[in-house]
Each structure stands twice: as structure tokens, then as C-alpha cells.
Design a protein around this ligand. Structure first.
Ligand code: GAP
Length: 520
């Protein structure tokens, strides 16, 4: 990771810890690798993100319902889903640094470097030719670019073939041919590439033999597939319809780095959309666009999102793409959208011996529906919001503000842990009592933070750092005319507002309803 990106991620990690968003798990024992706990503010932000997703799926779509399936499932589930045999990552060790890597990621990074070289050639030529520069023509005709592109295409083809056939020797050969160095030791001293299954297992019951081996689910989707008929029949659902779920998933990731981006215990928000066979590509396109709009409504900047089509498809998919986000480490996967065909339902039919079909009244036919899945990592979404919102700002001297710089977390107001802070200017003359009674009145509508210690400027700084969209200050004028100053987190502007008008004024910008309505 480049230094600047590295620093930005470090700042996010330390801010998350200092302000009660995220702590290393079991920190008093020096933590547990790639496992994290959400603190008092993190838990609130996470719950608000979940609510945004859940309401969008199950409240704004009358053909989507939500479930909450158990983490433990019958072990045959994972045989049927293909995870026992195929949920592997190819791993390779560097003998000098003793570091372990995902072989496919090393190769993809090498492809990324070749792509960067093309981008540099284009940039240079654009400067040279000025306004008359024709990028498409240049890319097609420049011999150096053509050479890089040829190598990229060949590498992608070889990677795809090796991954889909599970040919680990071919993977190793690619690493050799691409002359990939270990980023740490700088050497090419690699072990053979081996497959590594990512599922955690444990034993159920008191007898620890293999028959009782069960898995911690590596995706929430299977809990939806095995309940497909239960929900369809009891909910009288008609195709097309969706089943949504939020829950924990577990993966024994080979390389678990980059904070909450890649964890061993994480949370997914998944929706399986069941459609008539033959219509899946239409729905795949539909959900690609719909999910992108949902993300962009958060206001983190449209340029920070892009689609990335998968060349190496998972064992269940006939089309797949990621919505990538511009994290501190660069553009990386935030959400996956997959056309999963009828692979899962058919396979569960085969392994369970139970029919998992839908009777279509219009065509008078039974069929196994096709599935389009949207799957977003809650923790990654959390990281995208936190990292994008954390800002250090220089302040032009502003009345009532402390110091000449501030750290502010400009998270979308509807997702903020506290919506409003209630601050008596001083803790005397009855201002504190008045402030407490205002806070009590607001609490049924918003999460309020009440604080009376320190200067008002310091209290504003603390509220900025946890992303509280509004602060209200109760001063002596309040006792006379029942007005307060309302300070906006982002603009730092203050205005005098009647206490009676506060709820409406604040609701306008902090309500989840407003955010949901803004999805266009
Ligand atoms: N049911 C499909 C599925 O699980 P995936 O692309 O493997 O597909 C979906 O995962 C999403 O889950 C990813 O886009 C990512 O946001 C999140 N995710 C996957 N592995 C993760 C990990 N180790 N830590 C955090 N989030 C993860």
C-alpha cells in the first residue's frame, strides 16, 4: 500500500478506537487476528446502516421479505452448496519472508500494475498531443500499449483456466512467468501453490467424531435457499420475489489484513431474488443499477463507486460483478451482485431429495427458479462510510469554535450515532436544568447526547469527532425567550431556533425516511 493510503487507514483505525467505534477483539489479551468489536458509537452506526438496508429491501419493496436463519446448519448444506469441495483459496508462501499470500491476488496485483503502465502511457500521450488526442485510437494503435494489453489478456485467460480447473501448478507457473516478487523480502522464492478451505468447523453434541462436524456459515445465503419453500408458501409469495437477511458469516481468511475490510468473523446483508428462468439477466441488470443508486444516495461521492465485472466466476454463477468503493487502500469490492442460476436450489433438491420448485399459474408449470443475489458486507460498508467521512479541517476563525483546526466525521446524518447534542453554556443559573428538560423531550425522537463539562468549543469538537449532526446550546437568552442556538456540524453555522421548532427542523435532515426517499 502506498504510504499516503497507509497513513489514511491508520488515522481511521486510531480514530475508530479513540471515539468508541471499533476496538480490537479481546484487546486485554493483545487481540485476535482479524476479529474486531464494535464499541458504543460503532454499534449505533452499524445498527443504523442495517436499518437503512433492511427498510430499503423489505419496506420499500412489497415483494421482498426478511428472515433470520441460524448460523449453524445441517452439514449437508455445505456439501450441496459446493463449499466443502470448492470454497478454497489458492495460497502460496514466500520462503524468505515466511509470509503467506493468496496466489490469485498476487497475480491480479501484477495485472493491476500492467494496467497502471497503460494508464501512464495514455497520460503521457495526452499531454504530448493536447486537444487533438484521441484516446481510443492511441490505445488501439500504440505498440507498447498493445503489448501490455496482450499480456494482460493472456494472463487473465491463464488465471481463469487455472482457477476454474483447480490447477495449482498452473498458478505457480503464472507467478514464475510474471516474475512476481514478494513485496516484503523482494525475492521470488515461492512454495508450491496449495488449496486452502476457508470454512471454520466445530463439533455439535458431546461426541467429537466426524459425523457431528458442523460448519460456521461462510455466507448467509444458504439459510435463505433452504427456507425458500417455507417462505414462498407461508408468505404466498409470487415470482419474482426476494428474501433478505442480515447475519454473521465466518471465513478463515488466509490474508486477513486491512482492518475491518477482511475479517474472519463479519456480517453480510444478502438478498436472494427468485426469478423465472430466462429472465435472470434482466434482473441482474436491474439489481446492479438499484444497488448502485442505494449506495450513491449516502452522499459519499459518486466518483467513489464503480462496477467491476468478474472474469473468474464462482462455482455457482453465470454472471457476477462487484460494486467497488474507493477505500483508503484504493478501489476494492464493497458488494457482490451475482446471477447464481438455479445452482443452489437444484443442488439442495439433489442432496435433500425434496422438491424446491415453484408452481407458475400463468404457464401452468413447475420450475426451479433462478436467483439473482445482492450481497454487501456490513463491515465494509461501515469502513467506506467511516473512512470517507473522516476529515481534518483548518478553521477560519469562527465564533464559539475551539482552536484553528478540527477533526470531523461527516457521516450521513441519518446514520449518525447521536443526532443531536444538548449543551448548557454553563452549569449554573438553571441552564443545566433547562437543558436536561429539553434533552428529555427530544429523546423520544432522536438519540441525544447531554454534556455540561468543558468549554462549549471543546464540546463541539467532541461532537464533530463522533459525527453528531447538530448541537444545541442553552444560554441565558433561552430562559427568557425559549430559543436555543442550533449548530450545524458540517457548516459550523449557528442559528437561533425556537425550542418548539427543534424537532421538525432536525428531523428534516436526520430522518432515515428522508434518506430512503432520496434514492433515485
Ligand atoms: N453469498 C455471496 C457471497 O458471500 P462474497 O463476494 O464472497 O459473496 C459478499 O461476499 C460480500 O461480503 C463482499 O462483497 C464483502 O463485502 C463481504 N465480505 C466477504 N468476505 C469478507 C471478509 N472476510 N470480511 C469482511 N467482509 C467480507
Amino acid at each position: 500500500m502506498a504510504n499516503e493510503q497507509d497513513n489514511q487507514l491508520k488515522k481511521v483505525i486510531s480514530h475508530a478506537k479513540e471515539y468508541g467505534f471499533i476496538f480490537p477483539s479481546s484487546e486485554i489479551y493483545d487481540g485476535l487476528s482479524a476479529v474486531y468489536d464494535y464499541g458504543q458509537n460503532g454499534a449505533e452506526l452499524k445498527n443504523n446502516i442495517k436499518e437503512y438496508w433492511w427498510k430499503f429491501m423489505t419496506q420499500m419493496h412489497d415483494n421482498i421479505v426478511g428472515i433470520d436463519a441460524a448460523i449453524f446448519m445441517h452439514p449437508t448444506t455445505w456439501k450441496a452448496s459446493g463449499h466443502v469441495d470448492a470454497f478454497n483459496d489458492p495460497m502460496v508462501d514466500n520462503k524468505d519472508s515466511k509470509k503467506r499470500y493468496r496466489a490469485d491476488v498476487l497475480i491480479e496485483d501484477a495485472i493491476g500494475k500492467m494496467e497502471e503502465k497503460i494508464a501512464k502511457e495514455v497520460e503521457k500521450a495526452a499531454k504530448r498531443f493536447g486537444e487533438s488526442f484521441d484516446k481510443d485510437m492511441f490505445v488501439k494503435t500504440n505498440p507498447r500499449v498493445a503489448e501490455y494489453q496482450k499480456k494482460i489478456d493472456e494472463t487473465n485467460d491463464r488465471l481463469k483456466t487455472a482457477m476454474s480447473s483447480g490447477n495449482m501448478e498452473a498458478m505457480k507457473q503464472l507467478i514464475i512467468d510474471l516474475e512476481i516478487n514478494d513485496p516484503i523480502s523482494g525475492t521470488k522464492n515461492w512454495t508450491d501453490v496449495r488449496q486452502f478451505n476457508l470454512m471454520f468447523s466445530t463439533e455439535m453434541g458431546s461426541v467429537a467424531d466426524d459425523a457431528n462436524k458442523i460448519y460456521l456459515r461462510p455466507e448467509t445465503a444458504q439459510g435463505i435457499f433452504v427456507n425458500f419453500l417455507n417462505v414462498q408458501k407461508t408468505g404466498r409469495m409470487k415470482i419474482p420475489f426476494g428474501i433478505a437477511q442480515i447475519g454473521k458469516a465466518f471465513r478463515n481468511e488466509i490474508v486477513a489484513r486491512q482492518f475491518i475490510f477482511r475479517m474472519r468473523e463479519f456480517e453480510q446483508m444478502e438478498m436472494q431474488f427468485f426469478v423465472k428462468p430466462g429472465t435472470e439477466m434482466e434482473w441482474y441488470e436491474h439489481w446492479k443499477q438499484t444497488r448502485m443508486k442505494w449506495h450513491k444516495a449516502l452522499g459519499l461521492g459518486n466518483d467513489n463507486y464503480r462496477f467491476h465485472d468478474h472474469l473468474n466466476l464462482a462455482h455457482y454463477a453465470n454472471a457476477a460483478c462487484d460494486i467497488q468503493f474507493n477505500f483508503p487502500m484504493g478501489f476494492k469490492e464493497l458488494e457482490g451482485i451475482h446471477s447464481r442460476t438455479d445452482f443452489d436450489l437444484k443442488s439442495h433438491e439433489k442432496f435433500s431429495g425434496k422438491k424446491l420448485q415453484y408452481f407458475d399459474v400463468e404457464s401452468n408449470q413447475n420450475y426451479v427458479p433462478y436467483v439473482v443475489e445482492t450481497s454487501v458486507g456490513l463491515d465494509r460498508l461501515f469502513l467506506s462510510i467511516l473512512s470517507n467521512s473522516l476529515k481534518e479541517e483548518k478553521l477560519a476563525s469562527a465564533e464559539g469554535e475551539e482552536g484553528n483546526e478540527r477533526v470531523v466525521l461527516s457521516i450521513p446524518p441519518a446514520l449518525a450515532p447521536y443526532k443531536i447534542a444538548v449543551l448548557p453554556l454553563v452549569k449554573k443559573d438553571g441552564l443545566d436544568e433547562k437543558a436536561k428538560s429539553i434533552a428529555d423531550d427530544l429523546r423520544s425522537s432522536f438519540r441525544c447526547y447531554y454534556e455540561e463539562k468543558d468549554t462549549i468549543g471543546k464540546r463541539y469538537r467532541r461532537m464533530d469527532a463522533i459525527g453528531t449532526p447538530y448541537c444545541i446550546t442553552i444560554d441565558h437568552q433561552t430562559l427568557q425567550d425559549n430559543t436555543v442556538t442550533l449548530r450545524d456540524r458540517d457548516t459550523m453555522k449557528q442559528e437561533r431556533v425556537a425550542i418548539a421548532a427543534l424537532k421538525d427542523k432536525v428531523s428534516e435532515s436526520v430522518s432515515l425516511t428522508g434518506l430512503l426517499q432520496s434514492i433515485k
